[in-house]
Design a protein around this ligand. Structure first.
Ligand code: FBU
Ligand code: ZN
Length: 258
């Protein structure tokens, strides 16, 4: 099989051949159906403490564009449904070729134009890779933010301004050290959905505590167009790099909000 992707011949319907867990009972993304979620008053806000990185790259890996520090720097996530501290690993995006599609998670069947994932790994493991393979839903904690078209996102502008430099698959650029990742996040990380799930791309490991925020972030139409100019490994627009929703099976989706 050609390397996995999102085209007809290598897209989500094919992934089970190399990754049989694709048909597992804890797969992501899912459709977040408000009539089926359950409020949990024990779900407190999350706390993200991000330290500016001196040596991070922004890269096109053929299926997304990703902010990737070369090493950890003490940036961490705690609180919410998490029992321990999680170390920041990377953030990346999923988007569509028009404003009616692009997000991985959906809300009552609605897709947003894009979704931003902040990936963290359970600090009781020696590394990110070990956390992915640690078994069970506490290996990674991924924060999901929906993106909708509106005002320009000044915090994301240093990143979206770099997109033309990573237009082609396999290219990367150094991110200026004054990039303030913390500024991307809302001031308080309060209203979210949380459930046990998986990576949304191969290897699709069922190792993720998903935390999807109710309130979308805004990006400008120009910033959305920047994403849509990115090219994938087959030389086609990368837009459409989202997996459709997977069956919930007997999982519960909890909310921190009523
Ligand atoms: N898209 S995702 O956030 O589930 C994800 C995160 C990751 F670190 C590795 C993956 F393969 C997939
Ligand atoms: Zn993702």
């Amino acid at each position: 099989m050609a390397p996995w992707g999102y085209e007809k011949d290598n897209g989500p319907a094919h992934w089970h051949k190399d990754c049989p867990i694709a048909n597992g009972k804890n797969q992501s993304p899912i459709d977040l159906i408000n009539g089926e979620v359950k409020y949990d008053s024990g779900l407190k806000p999350l706390t993200a403490k991000y330290v500016p990185f001196s040596d991070a790259k922004f890269l096109n890996n053929g299926h997304s564009v990703q902010f990737q520090p070369s090493a950890g720097n003490g940036s961490e996530l705690t609180g919410g449904p998490l029992a321990v501290k999680y170390n920041f690993e990377q953030f990346h995006f999923h988007w569509g070729n028009n404003d009616t599609e692009g997000s991985e998670h959906r809300v009552d069947g609605k897709m947003y134009p894009a979704e931003l994932h902040f990936v963290h790994w359970n600090s009781t493991n020696p590394s990110f890779k070990d956390a992915v393979g640690s078994g069970g839903p506490n290996g990674l904690a991924v924060l999901g933010f929906f993106l909708k078209v509106g005002a320009e996102n000044a915090a994301l502008k240093p990143i979206t301004d770099l997109i033309p430099k990573v237009k082609d698959a396999g290219t990367s650029v150094t991110v200026p050290s004054n990039f303030d990742m913390q500024a991307i996040l809302p001031a308080t990380l309060t209203d979210y959905y949380t459930y046990d799930g998986s990576l949304t791309t191969p290897p699709l490991a069922e190792c993720v505590k998903w935390i999807v925020f109710k309130q979308p972030l805004e990006v400008s139409a120009a910033q959305m167009e920047a994403f849509r100019s990115v090219i994938n490994r087959d030389g086609k627009p990368m837009g459409g790099n989202y997996r459709p929703p997977c069956p919930l099976h007997d999982r519960a989706v909890k909310t921190s909000f009523k």
